[in-house]
Write a protein that binds this ligand. Sequence first.
Ligand code: IPE
Ligand code: IPE
Ligand code: MG
Length: 266
Amino acid sequence: MLRFFPQKNKYIQEEGEFEFSQEGPVPKHIAVIMDGNGRWAQNRRLPRVAGHKEGMETVKKITKHASKLGVKVLTLYAFSTENWKRPTEEVDFLMQLPVDFFDAFVPELVKENVRIHVMGYKEFLPAHTQDAVARAIEQTKDNTGMVLNFALNYGSRAEIVSAVKEVYQEVLETGGDGDMIDEAMISKHLMTGFLPEELRDPELLIRTSGEERISNFLLWQIAYSELFFTDALWPDFNEELLEISIASFQNRDRRFGGLKNKEENK
Ligand code: IPE
Ligand code: IPE
Ligand code: MG
């Protein structure tokens, strides 16, 4: 856990400090649970929605920096299928945010060659949100750089249920049976299935705000992701903290169930 120490005015990693290396492997796919907007606002005696607005600025900063570092896919958890439980006023604000965000930021994204994708149950979003999403996707569809993938009205269990239904349909239509179902087929039908196979699963998952849970995000896809937690609230997350999280990733020993020394696996 990367924690803020007010006496030192510094973030310190409990596991030891690591140097970020531009040459070291940069995760191809980073997923982020952007949490802590409400607390950021409450700490300033502001309404919760002020935190969401500020969080949008962090999205811009992190998108540009991730793209500069060579990240191929940045998946941001913006609204979960469970977030509808919040007060109407907050939900309405969160549904307006993509409209403001895309209108203001798409020209810059075009310049940065970033392609927008939105995964989630878009059909349940209000019409103005759906329109803004469709416009942003259309305006960036020819970009060939980083994919900025927003999870909007996304929930991983619902996603798995949808995938199972599609797999069932495919089995029926092809006249096959249960034996044709494998991991590749399920992965293809998940909402990350639009990505090339080698980019579907995030290598690094970051969660801000100090909570150490997954909250129904990418349950299948994070099977072997490295997890990084920081107590920084999302509006306080920045380029430096992104580099620290990547530095931590660069110092992990990813074994995928094998042994540390690849020779020993033979
Ligand atoms: C994350 O911040 C943004 C969304 C879930 C939409 P929160 O709104 O969850 O902020 P906290 O966790 O209440 O501080
Ligand atoms: C997860 O944050 C969802 C998003 C960041 C969009 P929440 O704030 O909704 O998660 P919980 O309620 O703390 O688990
Ligand atoms: Mg939260």
